[in-house]
Design a protein around this ligand. Structure first.
Ligand SMILES: Nc1ncnc2c1ncn2[C@@H]1O[C@H](COP(=O)(O)OP(=O)(O)OP(=O)(O)O)[C@@H](O)[C@H]1O
Ligand SMILES: [Mg+2]
Length: 213
């Protein structure tokens, strides 16, 4: 899905070669400051490499218009963005931005159930807990159904039981819908249990890329 060729980003990342496979879940692990978020931002075209080439489906990413790219490759950032609006408006935000038809209320309720967020559509999201906001932001991304999900610590604010349920749901979703997930996680045990590929980053370098049997 993605191929990195001699990619550098400032002094932060130096990746001679890396493949991100389509239709599977790749976990990115590594210490704080290693460059995990920077890697996702490169894939989302939020930033561009200072040297080297990133290919997306074999195409030079620098030649693909950012807006088109971000429809297919959606990033959920590390600090979830939740508007001081209702749950419904938060979920529909991506559709307003795309000037697309908003989903039905049934579809909105279904996605809340998938992320285990037991809240009404007219509740205000600003008073939600950190973990509730995180699940609301995740629900918004799931509704938009991109080809590639770039998820930056999508379950970091959750208790460990909910975390397992959410990650399992995401991985199942990727498998059954042939979607690609690239997920940063601090939890090595989660990466080992659920990811198909684990990429370990240390100080801006790929330490290891492990494909699970
Ligand atoms: N735009 C930037 N300009 C300069 N330095 C940056 C920029 N963005 C990130 N950095 C630095 O690059 C390094 C990697 O940052 P990054 O956010 O990718 O780390 P991370 O692995 O996601 O860490 P964490 O687990 O804490 O989220 C850090 O030292 C950070 O301070
Ligand atoms: Mg980060």
């Amino acid at each position: 899905m993605f191929a990195f060729e001699n990619v550098k980003y400032k002094e932060i990342l130096d990746i001679p070669s890396l493949e991100i496979d389509s239709g599977v879940t790749t976990a990115i692990v590594g210490a704080s400051g290693a460059g995990k978020t920077t890697l996702l931002r490169l894939m989302n075209k939020m930033i561009s490499p200072t040297a080297g080439l990133i290919l997306y489906r074999g195409e030079d990413l620098s030649k693909i218009p950012s807006v088109d790219h971000r429809r297919e490759v959606l990033m959920l950032s590390q600090r979830s963005l939740v508007l001081d609006e209702s749950v419904k408006d938060n979920l529909n935000m991506g559709f307003y931005l795309r000037e697309a038809q908003a989903p039905s209320e049934d579809a909105l309720k279904a996605v809340l159930e998938r992320v285990k967020l037991n809240k009404a559509l007219d509740e205000r999201a600003s008073k939600f807990s950190g973990g509730e906001k995180q699940r609301l932001a995740l629900a918004r991304v799931l509704l938009l159904s991109p080809e590639v999900y770039l998820l930056d610590e999508p379950s970091s604010a959750l208790d460990s039981e909910t975390e397992l349920e959410i990650v399992e749901m995401l991985v199942e979703h990727a498998k059954s819908h042939k979607k690609t997930i690239v997920m940063v996680t601090h939890a090595v045990s989660i990466a080992e249990r659920y990811a198909d590929v684990i990429v370990e980053i240390a100080k801006g370098h790929i330490e290891k890329r492990q494909v699970k049997a």
